[in-house]
Unconditional design. Structure first.
Ligand code: NAD
Ligand code: WQD
Length: 334
């Protein structure tokens, strides 16, 4: 199938592009490169042995999106494009709603006009908010704690209404937990601009000496060792989840939301220990205050993913550390 990946040059989109192409799909990327580097296209070509078409455009530009959908005879869209930094969304909510909600509405309008009604949407575990119980299953109450999370939940709600209004739509919202790692080649991975917000890229940069040490945000939570616990899923397992979602939608109309995680919580110390084992040295770390807005622990129920997507996230945290370390050490941006 011909599949358009909005935000396809980003961290998760680039890995999905590789997995889908290797599985025989024809992939087209559309990205405005607001949070990615064009060199990723060369690196994808190196992995695949061929280049993928990439249109530099904003997903809100309906004329270009319509042209791309028609020209490439797109059969399904995976909508990754969006902004994702929680703190930035608190400081600048309008740009988050404009990008994530308005961008999505524009895309869905064009898809409807052209008659393309198969969609996978990048949602987030952040839609659940504070746990009433764990693991989070898909029916857990939704109470996102910041504008970023609310933008994701709003798009989910729009999509539910859209599917209710027209039985031809086939929609899967995938709620990612904490994506980590990189492609095993070390050619593509996560390379945030500036100082990383997320734990794994921060650890990788501290290990390489780019950052002086790791700050551990609190060691007095009621968790196994006092540090925060999360559900870290390897980005290649996540990418494979998108392929499974596309297959699922072939035979299933309507609307579904599915968690993509491992179902197993790991603490900051668990992740650090795994990383130190992989690189064979200890990292400098300093325990600092809890980060405002952080939850002690959350992780996914993966029952629905295993039923609907035959899902199993099988790559270990050690593999994720090995792969991101390979990416961190490589000279990818020359
Ligand atoms: P990313 O920033 O690496 O990738 C997003 C891509 O979208 C970037 O290449 C960016 O340039 C592009 N983009 C942003 N706004 C655009 C626009 N208006 N038009 C065209 N392109 C645009 O992020 P990622 O980690 O790959 O995340 C992909 C999606 O998954 C996002 O929607 C994000 O909210 C969601 N998500 C990510 C995580 C995570 O921790 N990485 C967790 C849950 C959900
Ligand atoms: C993980 C753990 C921190 C950095 C965020 C978004 C969420 C989703 C994924 C998009 C926590 C601790 C972190 C550091 C640390 N994104 N930590 N030192 O906060 O679970 O989720 O990314 O949808 O919406 O909120 O991920 O990687 O920032 O933190 O000790 O330098 O690591 O306190 O316990 P988080 P994270």
């Amino acid at each position: 199938m011909n599949i358009l990946l909005t935000g396809g040059a980003g961290y998760i989109g680039s890995h999905a592009a590789v997995v889908l192409t290797e599985a025989g799909h024809e992939v087209v990327l559309l990205d405005n490169f607001s949070n990615s580097n064009k060199s990723v296209l060369k690196r994808i070509r190196k992995i695949l042995g061929r280049s993928l078409p990439c249109i530099e455009a904003d997903v809100r530009d309906t004329d270009i999106v319509e042209r791309v959908l028609r020209e490439y005879k797109i059969g399904a869209v995976i909508h990754f494009a969006g902004l994702k930094a929680v703190g930035e969304s608190v400081a600048n909510p309008i740009s988050y709603y404009a990008n994530n909600v308005q961008g999505s509405i524009n895309l869905f309008q064009v898809m409807q006009k052209v008659g393309i009604k198969t969609l996978v949407f990048s949602s987030s575990a952040t839609v659940y908010g504070e746990p009433k119980y764990l693991p989070f299953d898909e029916d857990h109450p939704k109470n996102p704690m910041n504008p970023y999370g609310r933008s994701k939940l709003q798009v989910e709600e729009i999509l539910r209404d859209l599917a209710d209004s027209d039985s031809e739509w086939k929609i899967a919202c995938l709620r990612y937990f904490n994506p980590v790692g990189a492609h095993e080649s070390g050619l593509i991975g996560e390379d945030p601009n500036g100082i990383p917000n997320n734990l794994m890229p921060y650890v990788a940069k501290a290990a390489s000496g780019e950052l002086p040490h790791l700050n551990i945000f609190g060691d007095d939570y009621e968790t196994c060792d006092g540090t925060g616990e999360r559900d870290y899923i390897h980005v290649m397992d996540l990418a494979e989840g998108h392929m499974a979602a596309i297959s699922y939608l072939k035979n299933h109309a309507g609307f579904t939301c599915v968690n993509l995680g491992t179902g197993k919580p790991l603490s900051v110390m668990d992740l650090l220990n795994a990383f130190e084992k992989v690189i064979g040295k200890n990292l400098k770390k300093v325990v600092v205050q809890r980060r405002s807005g952080d939850l002690p622990c959350y992780y996914a129920s993966v029952e629905q993913a295993s039923i609907q997507l035959n899902g199993s996230a099988f790559r270990s945290i050690e593999i994720a550390c090995r792969d991101i370390w390979k990416f961190q050490k490589a000279d990818n941006f020359q």
